[in-house]
Write a protein that binds this ligand. Structure first.
Ligand SMILES: N[C@@H](CCC(=O)N[C@@H](CS)C(=O)NCC(=O)O)C(=O)O
Length: 215
C-alpha cells in the first residue's frame, strides 16, 4: 500500500529498475511482508542520468535507499534491519537467539559474497537464459547457496529458511530468481524452496511492477 509521501513518517523506498535491481528487491520484500505502507519510487538504472538521480536521494550513490523524513537509510541489509525494528510484530528475524544468529550470519554471507554468481548470472526477471553464465566459479557459489539452504531448511522444517519468512529469505530471493532464469540444476528441496520464495505475495508484486515498468 502506498503511504502519503507528505507525512514526515512516510516511508519512501527508492529502488533501481525492478527487473534488474536485485539489491532493491530485498527491502521491498521485507516491507511487503511486514505489511508496511510505503511508496516505492524507481530510478532507472544504466542511463546517463542515473548517478545524478540517485545522488539526489542518497549520498552513497546507490539504491536501494529508504527515506523517512530526514532519515536516510542506505544499503539493503541496513534497510531490512530498520524495517524489522519498525514492525516487530512481523518477526523479520527468527525469535530464538541462535536461529537469529544463524539468519544474520547467512544474510551477511549473501550480502558480502557470491561475486561470481552475481557477475556471471546477473538478475534479470524478464529473460530466461538457461545454461548461460554456468562458469565453474558461479556454479561453486550456487553450490554453497544450496548447502546453506539445505542446512537451514533441515533445521527449521521449512517452508522458509527459518520456518516463517525472514530477512534471510529476502536476502536470498534474487538468487532464487537467478536459479530459475539461468536453469541452475536443483534438488527437490531447493526446487521447492525456490518455488516457495517466488510464490510469496511480495515477490509476485515486485515482478508485476517490474513487468509494468517495462510497458
Ligand atoms: N551494498 C549495496 C549495493 C547496492 C547496489 O550496488 N545498487 C546498485 C543497483 S542494484 C546501484 O545502485 N547501481 C547504480 C550505480 O552504482 O550507479 C546494498 O546492499 O544495497
Amino acid at each position: 500500500m502506498a503511504s502519503n509521501p507528505t507525512d514526515p513518517k512516510a516511508l519512501i523506498l527508492h529502488v533501481g529498475t525492478k527487473h534488474l535491481s536485485s539489491w532493491s528487491m530485498r527491502p521491498f520484500l521485507a516491507l511487503v511482508y511486514a505489511g508496511a505502507e510505503f511508496t516505492c519510487r524507481t530510478i532507472p538504472l544504466d542511463r546517463p542520468t542515473t548517478k545524478e538521480a540517485i545522488l539526489a536521494v542518497n549520498p552513497t550513490g546507490k539504491v536501494p535507499v529508504l527515506v523517512q523524513g530526514d532519515l536516510v537509510v542506505s544499503d539493503s541489509l541496513a534497510i531490512c534491519e530498520y524495517v524489522a525494528e519498525l514492525f516487530p510484530h512481523a518477526r523479520l528475524w527468527p525469535e530464538k537467539r541462535e536461529a537469529r544468529a544463524r539468519a544474520r550470519s547467512i544474510s551477511a554471507e549473501m550480502h558480502a559474497g557470491f561475486a561470481a554468481l552475481r557477475r556471471d548470472m546477473p538478475m534479470n526477471l524478464v529473460e530466461n537464459r538457461p545454461g548461460v553464465g554456468h562458469t565453474p566459479e558461479a556454479l561453486a557459489d550456487a553450490a554453497r547457496v544450496m548447502t546453506i539452504w539445505r542446512e537451514a531448511l533441515a533445521r527449521s522444517g521449512g517452508p522458509f529458511l527459518f520456518g516463517t519468512f525472514t530477512i534471510a529469505d529476502a536476502m536470498f530471493a534474487p538468487v532464487a530468481t537467478r536459479f530459475q532464469t539461468y536453469g541452475v540444476e536443483l534438488d527437490a528441496t531447493c526446487r521447492t524452496y525456490v518455488d516457495t520464495v517466488l510464490a510469496t505475495s511480495g515477490f509476485e508484486r515486485w515482478k508485476r511492477e517490474a513487468l509494468a515498468e517495462r510497458g
